[in-house]
Design a protein around this ligand. Structure first.
Ligand SMILES: [Zn+2]
Length: 460
């Protein structure tokens, strides 16, 4: 697979350090509000990358942090007159609710910043020892950007350009405007943790360096996030991690493009600010995921009401096709096998597209081509051919994380009822009754498998 590496600005063969295992870190949300549709883009895009790598037989260690201490969280807590963690836990929960709605797999670890204060302080100590960071005397600790000879390498900006945008805010005591805080001394009434530099809390950038090191090691395979994070966030993560650890931080960098609303940048003042929750209440979650991966991840995408409606309609075509396919399988009487070749061709196209820098747009096109072939060729196809088409169709839509709401109403109520009756009969050791129900289920096309987690209903 090739991916566009922001560091080299080229498409490169994506080869992990350890064959068959990818270590990936994706910057997660600051939990002070519901996430908006722009926030959900990296969440869905990189979940799709992860699913694809797993589909190709790899193991993926996927770490996505929760920033649960930050100025915005403190501000919101003060507005509501509650502790910062009330806000953080509330919106973390809402974030995971949206993730489940969008069919985003839980990360291997979702580390919280406040649960890694020790690791954060340990990396700051390393930096101070090596002369890359300094306590300013007011409780803050800053990173000496200019001391890092490679500072600016990810954003490809010369120091002079970075300098012109740098400033020293009121209350900061920096040696140089380019320096940034790795530890912030607490102001009265703010949440604080003890440290060798006085009570305070971590800077934003340092938490990712510390949590990546803790959960994935000094060097990771891939670091991802939105393009708005390239500078300063990712640039600063690199500076901290490489100066502290003395080795490459991330071997590859992937960044998704912006999301606009009606061709404008999303902003509260333009009144074009949409949360995932708001949109999901109108059209459901699945069209949002479809929309977010429908374009190539590096190109900007434009959200409009029309676009999301058309995504919904496109998805409905896929759902209908898949339902028809089930019907065709149940009633198959043909002998044609052409559809099997079409399924192979679709799979090949899909893989070629995904291997080319995660081209989900072309991959989705391959799925729609297969849907068209299924619609036209089903009636004459053999049962085996139809089953193969269904398997490929499910695999490909599964990699995209789509059509996940199908399974829910697959088992008819009567079948569910019988399975429960059978479980009761078994409990009562009424074997003849249990066997009779098993036969009845079989006549309806279902089998029951007894697993340690209880009976599992399988459609035959
Ligand atoms: Zn980060």
């Amino acid at each position: 697979m090739k991916i566009f590496n922001t560091m080299s600005r080229q498409k490169e063969e994506f080869v992990p350090m350890k064959e068959g295992e990818y270590r990936i870190y994706v910057c997660g949300p600051t939990v002070y509000n519901y996430i908006h549709v722009g926030n959900a883009r990296p969440v869905c895009v990189f979940d799709t990358l992860r699913r694809y790598l797993e589909y190709r037989g790899n193991r993926v260690l996927y770490v996505s942090n929760i920033t649960d201490i930050d100025d915005k969280i403190i501000k919101k807590a003060n507005e509501e007159g509650v502790s910062y963690d009330v806000i953080a836990r509330r919106y973390e929960e809402e974030y995971f609710k949206d993730c489940r709605g969008l069919n985003v797999k839980p990360a291997t670890v979702h580390p919280r910043a406040t649960e890694h204060i020790e690791e954060i302080q340990s990396i700051i100590k390393d930096l101070i020892e090596k002369g890359y960071a300094y306590p300013a005397g007011n409780g803050d600790v800053y990173f000496r950007s200019r001391k890092d000879a490679h500072y600016g390498k990810l954003s490809h900006q010369p120091l002079e350009d970075l300098e012109s945008g740098a400033r020293i805010a009121v209350g900061e005591i920096k040696e140089d405007p380019l320096d940034f805080a790795v530890w912030k001394g607490s102001k009265p009434g703010e949440p604080a943790w003890d440290s060798p530099w006085g009570p305070g809390r971590p800077g934003w950038h340092i938490e990712c360096s510390a949590m990546a090191r803790r959960h994935l090691g000094d060097t990771i395979d891939l670091h991802c996030g939105g393009v708005d994070l390239v500078f300063p966030h990712h640039e600063n993560e690199i500076a901290q991690s490489e100066c502290a650890n003395g080795c490459t931080f991330a071997r590859y960098w992937m960044h998704n493009g912006f999301l606009n609303i009606d061709n404008h940048k999303m902003s509260k003042s333009l009144n074009n600010f949409f949360t995932v929750r708001d949109v999901a209440e109108q059209v459901g979650y699945e069209p949002i995921r479809f929309f977010l991966i429908s374009g190539h991840y590096r190109t900007p995408i434009n959200y409009t009401k029309e676009v999301i409606e058309s995504c919904k309609a496109s998805l409905e075509r896929l759902h209908t096709c898949r339902d028809n396919l089930d019907f065709a399988i149940a009633n198959a009487s043909g002998s044609d096998t052409a559809l099997a070749d079409r399924a192979d061709a679709a799979q090949e196209k899909f893989i070629a597209a995904m291997d080319d820098d995660l081209n989900t747009a072309d991959a989705i096109a391959a799925v729609f081509e297969l849907a068209r072939d299924i619609n036209t060729l089903s009636a004459a196809s053999s049962k085996e051919t139809l089953e193969k088409a269904a398997r490929v169709f499910d695999e490909l839509t599964g990699v995209l994380g789509l059509l996940y709401n199908r399974a829910k109403d697959e088992v008819p109520a009567r079948v569910q009822e019988l399975a429960e009756e059978r479980a009761e009969a078994r409990k009562a050791k009424d074997w003849p009754r249990a066997d009779a129900i098993r036969d009845e289920l079989a006549s309806l096309g279902y089998a029951v498998e007894d697993t340690p987690n209880g009976p599992k209903i399988i459609k035959k």
